[in-house]
Ligand binder design. Structure first.
Ligand code: SF4
Length: 316
């Protein structure tokens, strides 16, 4: 678990700064009051940074023959596509140390998902757009966990994003600076059950990738690994996946528990599988039993605490 705060980029208006086109802000208390205890924010407002004042006339995404453009709503001749894209490329270089990014939704600069695009006739055309600044950050830093502030209201998406940020930070601190076979295996041995819970297909792919560490330069294997690993964690852990990981971990206890303890644990896992109790319920009992077993491999599993327990992300 991180001892220092994790560097995370954030759309500046989410911190309560009055940089919006209308002179307002979009403060998110979850971001400023909760996550700020764990994240060190790097706030950016791309529209202000490229010289659009506050307040300013609103801009929007427009689908044209030349691709998606960013133009002023009431005057398409004012087109800020290139300045926004250039600024995004520049910031991707300057912010390459980040381990996560929280973007403001519904913004032609910062929005990540389902952004409305207009046709040249001025009418809404589709929802296939992405904010121009966000697009550059995502393209240039493809491993970076990103999320929109609005989607953090969804418990599953919130847990998934924070899990990815913590795992990526762990990688960047403990493996990336000097890649080695030992570092890679140490890292993955802590995350195996998490990958199993998030994306079983990647669990198999990574198993094959790590089966022969001498076949290629370790830097290449590490690159392939972290790509697949972050892809795996990008899938939300499902009840089925978590149940599978819980059952595997329970297997380590088969000689340690008596009949009634086994039955109690089995019941809780089943109740979690059926959706009657949150993950924290079987996890707490399993942890209680497993931590009595003197096995460093089990005790180091990130599946127990992939993020700070104080955030209560597994209580729902
Ligand atoms: S959404 Fe992005 S561009 Fe718009 S005000 Fe917030 S930080 Fe600035």
């Amino acid at each position: 678990m991180a001892l220092e705060k994790i560097p995370v980029g954030v759309s500046q208006c989410l911190l309560g700064e009055t940089v919006r086109y209308d002179g307002g802000h979009k403060r998110s208390r979850y971001i400023t009051d909760q996550l700020s205890q764990y994240f060190e924010y790097y706030p950016v407002c791309p529209e202000v940074a490229i010289g659009l004042g506050t307040p300013r006339k609103p801009i929007r995404l427009v689908a044209t023959d030349k691709g998606t453009r960013v133009q002023q709503n009431d005057d398409p001749s004012i087109d800020v596509t290139e300045p926004l894209a250039d600024y995004g490329r520049k910031m991707a270089g300057e912010l390459s140390h980040l381990c996560g990014y929280i973007f403001m939704q519904n913004s032609p600069s910062c929005g990540v998902y389902d952004m409305k695009r207009y046709g040249a006739n001025g009418y809404p055309k589709d929802k296939d757009g992405r904010g121009l600044y966000a697009q550059q950050i995502i393209d240039k830093l493809p491993l970076l966990p990103v999320e929109e502030a609005g989607r953090l209201n969804d418990a599953g998406l919130r847990e998934n994003f924070i899990t990815r940020v913590y795992a990526y930070y762990d990688w960047r601190v403990n493996v990336e600076p000097s890649p080695s076979a030992k570092g890679l295996i140490d890292f993955y041995s802590r995350y195996k059950y998490q990958v199993m819970a998030h994306h079983p297909e990647s669990y198999k792919t990574i198993g094959r990738l790590l089966a022969n560490l001498k076949s290629r330069p370790i830097d290449d294997i590490c690159n392939d690994f972290i790509g697949e690993f972050m892809y795996a964690l990008g899938h939300k852990a499902t009840r089925k996946g978590n149940t599978n990981a819980l059952m595997h971990l329970r297997g380590y206890l088969k000689n340690q528990l008596d009949t009634s303890e086994k039955a109690e644990l089995g019941d809780l896992i089943e109740n979690y599988r059926l959706g009657y109790v949150p993950l924290v319920v079987p996890m707490t009992l399993l942890k209680h039993h497993l931590l009595k077993v003197d096995d460093p491999y089990l005790q180091r599993q990130s599946f127990w605490s992939p993020h700070p327990e104080k955030l209560g992300l597994r209580n729902v």
